[in-house]
Design a protein around this ligand. Structure first.
Ligand code: AMP
Ligand code: ZN
Length: 493
Protein backbone atom coordinates (compact mmCIF):
# COMPACT_ATOMS: atom_id res chain seq x y z
CA UNK A 1 0.00 0.00 0.00
CA UNK A 2 1.46 3.36 -0.95
CA UNK A 3 0.48 6.85 0.08
CA UNK A 4 1.13 9.78 -2.21
CA UNK A 5 -0.15 13.25 -2.84
CA UNK A 6 -0.23 16.57 -1.05
CA UNK A 7 -1.22 17.42 2.52
CA UNK A 8 -4.82 16.79 3.55
CA UNK A 9 -7.38 19.49 2.79
CA UNK A 10 -7.80 21.96 5.66
CA UNK A 11 -11.27 23.53 5.81
CA UNK A 12 -11.04 27.28 6.36
CA UNK A 13 -14.49 28.73 5.64
CA UNK A 14 -15.91 30.52 8.69
CA UNK A 15 -18.54 28.31 10.32
CA UNK A 16 -21.86 30.14 10.53
CA UNK A 17 -24.73 28.69 12.53
CA UNK A 18 -28.25 29.96 13.02
CA UNK A 19 -28.74 30.85 16.67
CA UNK A 20 -32.41 30.61 17.62
CA UNK A 21 -31.76 32.92 20.55
CA UNK A 22 -30.82 35.84 18.31
CA UNK A 23 -32.62 34.53 15.21
CA UNK A 24 -29.41 35.24 13.31
CA UNK A 25 -26.58 33.48 11.57
CA UNK A 26 -23.54 33.82 13.79
CA UNK A 27 -19.94 32.86 13.27
CA UNK A 28 -19.11 30.03 15.64
CA UNK A 29 -16.70 31.11 18.38
CA UNK A 30 -15.84 28.24 20.72
CA UNK A 31 -16.04 28.86 24.45
CA UNK A 32 -12.85 26.79 24.89
CA UNK A 33 -10.31 27.28 22.11
CA UNK A 34 -10.22 24.37 19.69
CA UNK A 35 -13.22 22.64 21.26
CA UNK A 36 -16.93 22.31 20.69
CA UNK A 37 -19.22 21.15 23.48
CA UNK A 38 -22.70 20.19 22.37
CA UNK A 39 -25.78 18.99 24.23
CA UNK A 40 -28.76 17.49 22.40
CA UNK A 41 -32.10 16.87 24.06
CA UNK A 42 -32.57 13.15 23.88
CA UNK A 43 -35.65 11.01 23.49
CA UNK A 44 -38.28 10.25 26.07
CA UNK A 45 -38.06 6.49 26.14
CA UNK A 46 -41.69 5.56 26.67
CA UNK A 47 -42.16 4.28 23.12
CA UNK A 48 -40.24 3.70 19.91
CA UNK A 49 -38.92 6.88 18.33
CA UNK A 50 -40.67 7.84 15.12
CA UNK A 51 -38.60 8.87 12.14
CA UNK A 52 -39.38 12.53 12.90
CA UNK A 53 -37.62 12.15 16.24
CA UNK A 54 -34.70 10.58 14.43
CA UNK A 55 -34.44 13.63 12.16
CA UNK A 56 -33.44 15.56 15.28
CA UNK A 57 -30.47 13.21 15.80
CA UNK A 58 -29.44 13.10 12.15
CA UNK A 59 -29.28 16.90 12.40
CA UNK A 60 -27.27 16.79 15.65
CA UNK A 61 -24.97 14.23 14.01
CA UNK A 62 -24.35 16.43 10.97
CA UNK A 63 -23.60 19.31 13.31
CA UNK A 64 -21.14 17.17 15.26
CA UNK A 65 -19.47 15.82 12.13
CA UNK A 66 -19.15 19.35 10.74
CA UNK A 67 -17.52 20.57 13.95
CA UNK A 68 -15.09 17.65 13.76
CA UNK A 69 -14.42 18.38 10.07
CA UNK A 70 -13.55 21.94 11.08
CA UNK A 71 -10.85 20.53 13.33
CA UNK A 72 -12.63 21.11 16.64
CA UNK A 73 -12.45 18.58 19.43
CA UNK A 74 -16.07 17.62 19.87
CA UNK A 75 -17.72 16.61 23.14
CA UNK A 76 -21.28 15.67 22.39
CA UNK A 77 -23.82 14.67 25.04
CA UNK A 78 -27.26 13.24 24.39
CA UNK A 79 -29.56 12.50 27.28
CA UNK A 80 -32.11 9.77 27.75
CA UNK A 81 -35.28 11.03 29.42
CA UNK A 82 -36.50 8.13 31.53
CA UNK A 83 -38.47 10.19 34.03
CA UNK A 84 -40.25 13.51 34.27
CA UNK A 85 -41.61 14.25 30.78
CA UNK A 86 -45.33 14.84 31.12
CA UNK A 87 -47.93 14.16 28.46
CA UNK A 88 -48.43 17.92 28.30
CA UNK A 89 -45.45 20.26 28.22
CA UNK A 90 -47.26 22.79 30.41
CA UNK A 91 -47.17 20.80 33.65
CA UNK A 92 -50.39 19.02 33.02
CA UNK A 93 -51.02 15.33 32.57
CA UNK A 94 -49.18 12.23 33.58
CA UNK A 95 -45.56 11.27 33.34
CA UNK A 96 -45.24 9.65 29.89
CA UNK A 97 -43.18 6.82 31.35
CA UNK A 98 -45.63 6.06 34.19
CA UNK A 99 -48.52 6.09 31.74
CA UNK A 100 -46.89 3.61 29.34
CA UNK A 101 -45.78 1.35 32.21
CA UNK A 102 -49.39 1.19 33.42
CA UNK A 103 -50.71 0.52 29.92
CA UNK A 104 -48.22 -2.29 29.34
CA UNK A 105 -48.32 -3.57 32.93
CA UNK A 106 -44.54 -3.45 33.14
CA UNK A 107 -42.05 -1.71 35.36
CA UNK A 108 -40.90 1.72 34.20
CA UNK A 109 -37.33 0.48 34.34
CA UNK A 110 -38.11 -2.29 31.85
CA UNK A 111 -39.96 0.12 29.58
CA UNK A 112 -37.05 2.55 29.70
CA UNK A 113 -34.51 -0.14 28.99
CA UNK A 114 -36.44 -1.59 26.07
CA UNK A 115 -37.08 1.72 24.31
CA UNK A 116 -33.61 3.09 25.00
CA UNK A 117 -32.20 0.02 23.30
CA UNK A 118 -34.60 0.46 20.37
CA UNK A 119 -33.53 4.11 20.04
CA UNK A 120 -29.85 3.14 20.09
CA UNK A 121 -30.49 0.64 17.31
CA UNK A 122 -31.99 3.40 15.18
CA UNK A 123 -29.04 5.62 15.99
CA UNK A 124 -26.68 2.93 14.74
CA UNK A 125 -28.73 2.12 11.64
CA UNK A 126 -28.71 5.79 10.63
CA UNK A 127 -24.92 6.11 11.00
CA UNK A 128 -25.36 8.62 13.81
CA UNK A 129 -22.06 8.73 15.66
CA UNK A 130 -21.99 7.79 19.32
CA UNK A 131 -21.83 10.87 21.52
CA UNK A 132 -19.08 11.12 24.10
CA UNK A 133 -21.70 10.50 26.78
CA UNK A 134 -25.29 9.35 27.01
CA UNK A 135 -26.66 10.87 30.19
CA UNK A 136 -29.52 8.92 31.72
CA UNK A 137 -31.83 11.25 33.66
CA UNK A 138 -32.46 8.89 36.58
CA UNK A 139 -28.70 8.68 37.19
CA UNK A 140 -28.50 12.43 37.89
CA UNK A 141 -31.25 12.88 40.47
CA UNK A 142 -28.94 13.88 43.38
CA UNK A 143 -27.39 16.56 41.15
CA UNK A 144 -30.88 17.72 40.17
CA UNK A 145 -31.84 18.09 43.82
CA UNK A 146 -28.64 20.02 44.53
CA UNK A 147 -29.31 22.34 41.55
CA UNK A 148 -32.90 22.93 42.71
CA UNK A 149 -31.71 23.65 46.27
CA UNK A 150 -29.30 26.24 44.98
CA UNK A 151 -31.98 28.19 43.08
CA UNK A 152 -34.98 27.50 45.34
CA UNK A 153 -34.75 30.45 47.73
CA UNK A 154 -34.47 33.18 45.10
CA UNK A 155 -36.43 31.74 42.22
CA UNK A 156 -38.90 29.10 43.38
CA UNK A 157 -41.98 28.62 45.53
CA UNK A 158 -43.64 25.54 46.89
CA UNK A 159 -47.18 24.37 46.23
CA UNK A 160 -48.83 21.15 47.35
CA UNK A 161 -48.01 19.61 44.00
CA UNK A 162 -44.36 20.58 43.82
CA UNK A 163 -41.61 23.16 43.71
CA UNK A 164 -42.29 25.76 41.02
CA UNK A 165 -39.99 28.10 39.17
CA UNK A 166 -41.19 31.70 39.17
CA UNK A 167 -40.39 32.95 35.68
CA UNK A 168 -40.74 36.59 36.74
CA UNK A 169 -37.50 36.24 38.73
CA UNK A 170 -35.32 36.12 35.62
CA UNK A 171 -34.92 38.76 32.96
CA UNK A 172 -36.18 38.22 29.44
CA UNK A 173 -38.06 35.01 30.18
CA UNK A 174 -39.26 33.42 26.97
CA UNK A 175 -36.96 35.40 24.66
CA UNK A 176 -36.05 32.20 22.86
CA UNK A 177 -39.71 31.53 22.08
CA UNK A 178 -40.42 35.17 21.40
CA UNK A 179 -43.45 34.61 23.65
CA UNK A 180 -45.01 36.84 26.29
CA UNK A 181 -44.65 35.55 29.83
CA UNK A 182 -48.33 35.78 30.65
CA UNK A 183 -49.99 34.40 27.59
CA UNK A 184 -47.35 32.42 25.78
CA UNK A 185 -48.75 30.27 23.04
CA UNK A 186 -50.05 26.89 24.05
CA UNK A 187 -49.86 27.55 27.76
CA UNK A 188 -52.64 26.45 30.04
CA UNK A 189 -52.73 27.42 33.66
CA UNK A 190 -53.35 23.89 34.80
CA UNK A 191 -51.98 24.13 38.31
CA UNK A 192 -53.83 26.13 40.91
CA UNK A 193 -51.74 28.60 42.84
CA UNK A 194 -49.12 29.26 40.16
CA UNK A 195 -47.94 32.85 40.28
CA UNK A 196 -47.48 33.16 36.52
CA UNK A 197 -49.04 31.04 33.82
CA UNK A 198 -45.60 30.11 32.52
CA UNK A 199 -44.24 28.95 35.89
CA UNK A 200 -43.22 25.31 35.79
CA UNK A 201 -42.54 22.50 38.22
CA UNK A 202 -38.91 21.69 38.81
CA UNK A 203 -39.83 19.07 41.40
CA UNK A 204 -43.13 17.19 41.26
CA UNK A 205 -44.26 15.84 44.63
CA UNK A 206 -45.86 12.44 44.81
CA UNK A 207 -49.49 13.11 45.85
CA UNK A 208 -50.30 11.93 49.39
CA UNK A 209 -51.41 8.30 49.51
CA UNK A 210 -49.88 7.56 46.10
CA UNK A 211 -46.73 5.65 45.29
CA UNK A 212 -44.94 6.35 42.06
CA UNK A 213 -42.72 3.70 40.53
CA UNK A 214 -39.97 6.27 40.27
CA UNK A 215 -39.66 8.62 43.20
CA UNK A 216 -36.88 10.05 45.31
CA UNK A 217 -36.61 11.79 48.67
CA UNK A 218 -35.97 15.52 48.48
CA UNK A 219 -36.24 18.61 50.70
CA UNK A 220 -39.72 19.05 49.16
CA UNK A 221 -40.85 15.52 49.95
CA UNK A 222 -40.93 12.37 47.87
CA UNK A 223 -41.26 13.03 44.20
CA UNK A 224 -39.56 13.25 40.83
CA UNK A 225 -37.65 15.95 38.96
CA UNK A 226 -39.25 18.10 36.28
CA UNK A 227 -38.18 17.46 32.71
CA UNK A 228 -36.72 20.94 32.16
CA UNK A 229 -34.57 20.63 35.29
CA UNK A 230 -33.10 17.40 34.00
CA UNK A 231 -31.60 18.92 30.87
CA UNK A 232 -30.22 21.97 32.68
CA UNK A 233 -28.49 19.70 35.16
CA UNK A 234 -27.13 17.10 32.77
CA UNK A 235 -25.83 19.66 30.29
CA UNK A 236 -24.19 21.86 32.93
CA UNK A 237 -22.81 18.92 34.88
CA UNK A 238 -21.06 17.26 31.95
CA UNK A 239 -20.19 20.18 29.71
CA UNK A 240 -19.89 23.05 32.21
CA UNK A 241 -21.71 26.40 31.82
CA UNK A 242 -21.48 28.07 29.43
CA UNK A 243 -21.07 25.42 26.77
CA UNK A 244 -21.22 25.94 23.04
CA UNK A 245 -24.36 24.56 21.43
CA UNK A 246 -27.67 23.17 22.63
CA UNK A 247 -29.87 21.38 20.09
CA UNK A 248 -33.40 20.05 19.88
CA UNK A 249 -36.48 19.97 17.69
CA UNK A 250 -38.29 23.22 16.94
CA UNK A 251 -41.04 22.34 19.44
CA UNK A 252 -38.48 22.73 22.23
CA UNK A 253 -37.95 26.36 21.29
CA UNK A 254 -41.34 27.19 22.77
CA UNK A 255 -41.35 25.79 26.32
CA UNK A 256 -38.64 23.29 27.19
CA UNK A 257 -35.65 25.40 26.21
CA UNK A 258 -36.94 28.76 27.52
CA UNK A 259 -37.45 26.96 30.83
CA UNK A 260 -33.96 25.47 30.73
CA UNK A 261 -32.57 28.91 30.00
CA UNK A 262 -34.46 30.44 32.96
CA UNK A 263 -33.05 27.77 35.28
CA UNK A 264 -29.55 28.25 33.88
CA UNK A 265 -29.75 31.98 34.45
CA UNK A 266 -30.85 31.34 38.04
CA UNK A 267 -28.14 28.75 38.63
CA UNK A 268 -25.31 30.77 37.10
CA UNK A 269 -26.56 33.96 38.79
CA UNK A 270 -26.39 35.70 35.44
CA UNK A 271 -29.43 37.72 34.67
CA UNK A 272 -30.40 39.22 31.36
CA UNK A 273 -29.76 37.61 28.04
CA UNK A 274 -27.65 40.41 26.62
CA UNK A 275 -24.75 37.99 26.66
CA UNK A 276 -25.70 34.71 25.00
CA UNK A 277 -23.44 32.90 27.46
CA UNK A 278 -25.91 33.78 30.23
CA UNK A 279 -28.36 31.26 28.92
CA UNK A 280 -26.14 28.29 29.71
CA UNK A 281 -25.31 27.63 26.06
CA UNK A 282 -24.06 30.22 23.60
CA UNK A 283 -25.95 28.90 20.61
CA UNK A 284 -29.38 27.27 20.59
CA UNK A 285 -30.15 25.35 17.41
CA UNK A 286 -33.42 23.73 16.38
CA UNK A 287 -34.31 21.37 13.59
CA UNK A 288 -37.63 21.77 11.88
CA UNK A 289 -40.17 18.96 11.78
CA UNK A 290 -40.60 15.99 9.54
CA UNK A 291 -44.27 16.07 8.67
CA UNK A 292 -46.60 13.46 7.31
CA UNK A 293 -50.11 14.26 6.19
CA UNK A 294 -51.90 11.08 7.10
CA UNK A 295 -50.98 11.21 10.79
CA UNK A 296 -48.80 8.09 10.78
CA UNK A 297 -46.10 9.92 12.68
CA UNK A 298 -48.29 9.78 15.72
CA UNK A 299 -47.13 7.06 18.06
CA UNK A 300 -50.73 6.25 18.85
CA UNK A 301 -51.62 5.28 15.26
CA UNK A 302 -51.36 1.56 14.45
CA UNK A 303 -48.71 1.58 11.72
CA UNK A 304 -46.63 4.46 12.94
CA UNK A 305 -43.61 5.67 11.10
CA UNK A 306 -40.72 4.18 12.93
CA UNK A 307 -37.49 3.24 11.24
CA UNK A 308 -38.31 -0.47 11.46
CA UNK A 309 -41.39 0.09 9.31
CA UNK A 310 -39.18 1.52 6.57
CA UNK A 311 -36.87 -1.47 6.90
CA UNK A 312 -39.82 -3.89 6.81
CA UNK A 313 -40.87 -2.32 3.55
CA UNK A 314 -37.41 -2.87 2.12
CA UNK A 315 -35.88 0.59 2.52
CA UNK A 316 -32.39 1.01 3.86
CA UNK A 317 -32.30 3.37 6.86
CA UNK A 318 -29.59 5.22 4.96
CA UNK A 319 -32.14 6.19 2.31
CA UNK A 320 -33.96 7.98 5.12
CA UNK A 321 -30.72 9.61 6.25
CA UNK A 322 -30.16 10.84 2.70
CA UNK A 323 -33.74 12.10 2.57
CA UNK A 324 -33.03 14.18 5.68
CA UNK A 325 -29.83 15.58 4.18
CA UNK A 326 -31.64 16.56 1.00
CA UNK A 327 -33.52 19.19 2.99
CA UNK A 328 -32.01 21.96 5.08
CA UNK A 329 -32.47 21.19 8.77
CA UNK A 330 -34.40 24.42 9.33
CA UNK A 331 -36.97 23.58 6.63
CA UNK A 332 -39.96 21.45 7.21
CA UNK A 333 -39.56 18.12 5.44
CA UNK A 334 -42.56 16.25 4.17
CA UNK A 335 -42.32 12.50 4.33
CA UNK A 336 -43.64 10.41 1.45
CA UNK A 337 -42.87 6.91 0.27
CA UNK A 338 -42.16 8.31 -3.20
CA UNK A 339 -39.68 10.73 -1.69
CA UNK A 340 -38.03 7.88 0.17
CA UNK A 341 -37.87 5.77 -3.02
CA UNK A 342 -36.24 8.67 -4.85
CA UNK A 343 -33.66 8.99 -2.07
CA UNK A 344 -32.96 5.26 -2.28
CA UNK A 345 -32.42 5.49 -6.04
CA UNK A 346 -30.04 8.40 -5.54
CA UNK A 347 -28.17 6.41 -2.93
CA UNK A 348 -27.89 3.41 -5.25
CA UNK A 349 -26.50 5.57 -8.05
CA UNK A 350 -23.90 6.99 -5.69
CA UNK A 351 -22.98 3.55 -4.44
CA UNK A 352 -22.60 2.10 -7.94
CA UNK A 353 -20.32 4.96 -8.94
CA UNK A 354 -18.24 4.59 -5.78
CA UNK A 355 -18.03 0.84 -6.38
CA UNK A 356 -16.65 1.32 -9.90
CA UNK A 357 -14.20 3.87 -8.62
CA UNK A 358 -12.97 1.53 -5.90
CA UNK A 359 -12.25 -1.11 -8.51
CA UNK A 360 -10.21 1.39 -10.51
CA UNK A 361 -8.34 2.72 -7.50
CA UNK A 362 -7.30 -0.67 -6.20
CA UNK A 363 -5.23 -0.59 -3.05
CA UNK A 364 -3.58 2.78 -3.58
CA UNK A 365 -4.26 5.34 -0.86
CA UNK A 366 -3.97 9.02 -1.66
CA UNK A 367 -4.84 12.53 -0.60
CA UNK A 368 -7.12 14.58 -2.84
CA UNK A 369 -4.78 16.52 -5.16
CA UNK A 370 -5.09 20.15 -6.34
CA UNK A 371 -7.70 19.11 -8.91
CA UNK A 372 -10.13 18.60 -6.03
CA UNK A 373 -9.35 21.66 -3.94
CA UNK A 374 -12.02 23.90 -5.42
CA UNK A 375 -14.64 21.18 -4.86
CA UNK A 376 -13.60 20.63 -1.28
CA UNK A 377 -13.68 24.39 -0.74
CA UNK A 378 -17.22 24.52 -2.07
CA UNK A 379 -18.19 21.58 0.11
CA UNK A 380 -16.64 23.31 3.11
CA UNK A 381 -18.47 26.53 2.25
CA UNK A 382 -21.78 24.65 2.03
CA UNK A 383 -21.57 22.86 5.37
CA UNK A 384 -20.14 25.99 6.99
CA UNK A 385 -23.19 27.89 5.77
CA UNK A 386 -25.46 26.70 8.59
CA UNK A 387 -25.04 23.05 7.57
CA UNK A 388 -26.32 23.35 4.03
CA UNK A 389 -26.36 19.64 3.29
CA UNK A 390 -28.49 19.87 0.10
CA UNK A 391 -25.72 21.88 -1.55
CA UNK A 392 -22.99 19.73 0.00
CA UNK A 393 -24.61 16.66 -1.55
CA UNK A 394 -24.55 18.16 -5.03
CA UNK A 395 -20.85 18.97 -4.67
CA UNK A 396 -20.28 15.36 -3.62
CA UNK A 397 -22.06 14.19 -6.77
CA UNK A 398 -20.14 16.60 -8.97
CA UNK A 399 -16.92 15.04 -7.74
CA UNK A 400 -18.38 11.59 -8.24
CA UNK A 401 -19.08 12.47 -11.87
CA UNK A 402 -15.61 13.87 -12.63
CA UNK A 403 -13.89 12.09 -15.51
CA UNK A 404 -10.21 11.62 -16.25
CA UNK A 405 -9.00 12.15 -12.70
CA UNK A 406 -6.88 9.92 -10.53
CA UNK A 407 -9.22 7.31 -9.01
CA UNK A 408 -7.43 7.15 -5.65
CA UNK A 409 -7.38 10.91 -5.24
CA UNK A 410 -11.01 11.09 -6.19
CA UNK A 411 -11.85 8.45 -3.61
CA UNK A 412 -9.94 10.41 -1.00
CA UNK A 413 -11.89 13.58 -1.83
CA UNK A 414 -15.15 11.66 -1.58
CA UNK A 415 -14.08 10.12 1.71
CA UNK A 416 -13.39 13.56 3.20
CA UNK A 417 -16.89 14.69 2.25
CA UNK A 418 -18.55 11.46 3.29
CA UNK A 419 -17.04 11.82 6.75
CA UNK A 420 -19.34 14.83 7.14
CA UNK A 421 -22.38 13.46 5.32
CA UNK A 422 -22.05 10.21 7.23
CA UNK A 423 -23.55 7.97 4.59
CA UNK A 424 -20.62 5.57 4.74
CA UNK A 425 -20.55 5.17 0.97
CA UNK A 426 -16.97 3.98 0.84
CA UNK A 427 -17.62 1.00 3.05
CA UNK A 428 -21.26 0.35 2.31
CA UNK A 429 -22.03 -3.03 0.84
CA UNK A 430 -24.42 -3.09 -2.10
CA UNK A 431 -26.38 -5.82 -0.37
CA UNK A 432 -27.17 -3.43 2.48
CA UNK A 433 -29.38 -1.49 0.10
CA UNK A 434 -31.32 -4.54 -1.02
CA UNK A 435 -33.34 -5.14 2.10
CA UNK A 436 -35.76 -7.97 2.43
CA UNK A 437 -39.29 -6.70 2.91
CA UNK A 438 -41.12 -8.46 5.69
CA UNK A 439 -42.93 -11.57 4.44
CA UNK A 440 -40.56 -12.34 1.57
CA UNK A 441 -39.12 -15.78 2.27
CA UNK A 442 -36.93 -16.59 -0.72
CA UNK A 443 -33.18 -16.78 -0.07
CA UNK A 444 -30.58 -14.88 -2.11
CA UNK A 445 -28.90 -18.13 -3.22
CA UNK A 446 -32.15 -19.38 -4.74
CA UNK A 447 -32.60 -16.09 -6.60
CA UNK A 448 -29.07 -16.16 -7.94
CA UNK A 449 -29.48 -19.79 -9.07
CA UNK A 450 -32.75 -19.00 -10.87
CA UNK A 451 -31.14 -15.97 -12.52
CA UNK A 452 -28.21 -18.09 -13.65
CA UNK A 453 -30.63 -20.66 -15.15
CA UNK A 454 -32.46 -17.82 -16.82
CA UNK A 455 -29.26 -16.41 -18.33
CA UNK A 456 -28.48 -19.91 -19.69
CA UNK A 457 -32.00 -20.23 -21.15
CA UNK A 458 -31.67 -16.85 -22.84
CA UNK A 459 -28.27 -17.80 -24.23
CA UNK A 460 -29.98 -20.86 -25.71
CA UNK A 461 -32.73 -18.60 -27.04
CA UNK A 462 -35.22 -20.60 -24.94
CA UNK A 463 -37.39 -17.57 -24.17
CA UNK A 464 -40.34 -19.61 -22.96
CA UNK A 465 -38.16 -21.07 -20.20
CA UNK A 466 -36.65 -17.68 -19.47
CA UNK A 467 -40.10 -16.14 -19.05
CA UNK A 468 -41.26 -19.04 -16.91
CA UNK A 469 -38.29 -18.54 -14.59
CA UNK A 470 -39.03 -14.84 -14.36
CA UNK A 471 -42.68 -15.57 -13.49
CA UNK A 472 -41.66 -18.10 -10.84
CA UNK A 473 -39.45 -15.48 -9.23
CA UNK A 474 -42.22 -12.89 -9.43
CA UNK A 475 -44.57 -15.27 -7.62
CA UNK A 476 -42.02 -15.36 -4.79
CA UNK A 477 -41.79 -11.59 -4.57
CA UNK A 478 -38.69 -11.07 -6.71
CA UNK A 479 -38.88 -8.63 -9.56
CA UNK A 480 -36.28 -9.24 -12.27
CA UNK A 481 -35.17 -5.91 -13.68
CA UNK A 482 -34.03 -6.59 -17.25
CA UNK A 483 -31.94 -3.75 -18.59
CA UNK A 484 -31.93 -2.03 -15.19
CA UNK A 485 -29.90 1.15 -15.75
CA UNK A 486 -28.67 0.87 -12.18
CA UNK A 487 -27.35 -2.63 -12.86
CA UNK A 488 -29.24 -3.91 -9.86
CA UNK A 489 -30.82 -6.87 -11.77
CA UNK A 490 -33.41 -7.83 -9.19
CA UNK A 491 -35.29 -6.46 -6.27
CA UNK A 492 -37.61 -7.82 -3.66
CA UNK A 493 -41.08 -6.32 -3.80
P1 AMP B 1 -39.14 13.40 22.45
O1 AMP B 1 -38.78 11.95 22.53
O2 AMP B 1 -40.61 13.64 22.28
O3 AMP B 1 -38.57 14.20 23.61
O4 AMP B 1 -38.47 13.95 21.11
C1 AMP B 1 -37.16 13.72 20.74
C2 AMP B 1 -36.68 14.78 19.74
O5 AMP B 1 -37.44 14.71 18.53
C3 AMP B 1 -36.86 16.21 20.26
O6 AMP B 1 -35.70 16.95 19.92
C4 AMP B 1 -38.05 16.72 19.49
O7 AMP B 1 -38.04 18.11 19.37
C5 AMP B 1 -37.85 16.03 18.16
N1 AMP B 1 -39.05 15.86 17.33
C6 AMP B 1 -40.29 15.47 17.72
N2 AMP B 1 -41.11 15.34 16.66
C7 AMP B 1 -40.39 15.65 15.55
C8 AMP B 1 -40.68 15.70 14.14
N3 AMP B 1 -41.86 15.38 13.65
N4 AMP B 1 -39.68 16.07 13.31
C9 AMP B 1 -38.46 16.38 13.79
N5 AMP B 1 -38.12 16.36 15.09
C10 AMP B 1 -39.07 15.99 15.98
ZN1 ZN C 1 -34.03 18.63 26.98
Amino acid sequence: MSVHGPAPFAPSAPLKLFNSLTRQLEEFQPVHAGEARVYSCGPTVYNYPHIGNMRAYVFADILGRTLSFKGLKLTHVINITDVGHLTDDADDGEDKMEKMAKAQAQSIWDIAQHYTQAYWEDVKALNIRQPARWTIATEYVPQMIAFAEKIAARHCYELDSGLYFDVSTVADYGRLARAQTEDGEGRIEAVEGKRNAADFAIWRKTPPGEKRQMEWDSPWGKGAPGWHLECSVMSGEVLGFPFDIHTGGIDHREIHHPNEIAQNQAFCCTNGLDLPANSGARVWMHNNFLVERSGKMSKSSGEFLRLQLLIDKGYSPLAYRLMCLQAHYRSELEFSWDGLSAALTRLKRMLIAVGQLKERAGETEAQPGPRFTSFLERFDAAVSDDLNTPVALTVFEEVLALKKVDASEKLAALAAMDAVLGIGLLTLDRKALRLRPKGVEIEEAEIEAALEARRAARADKDFARSDALRDELAAKGVEVMDGDPLGWEWKLV
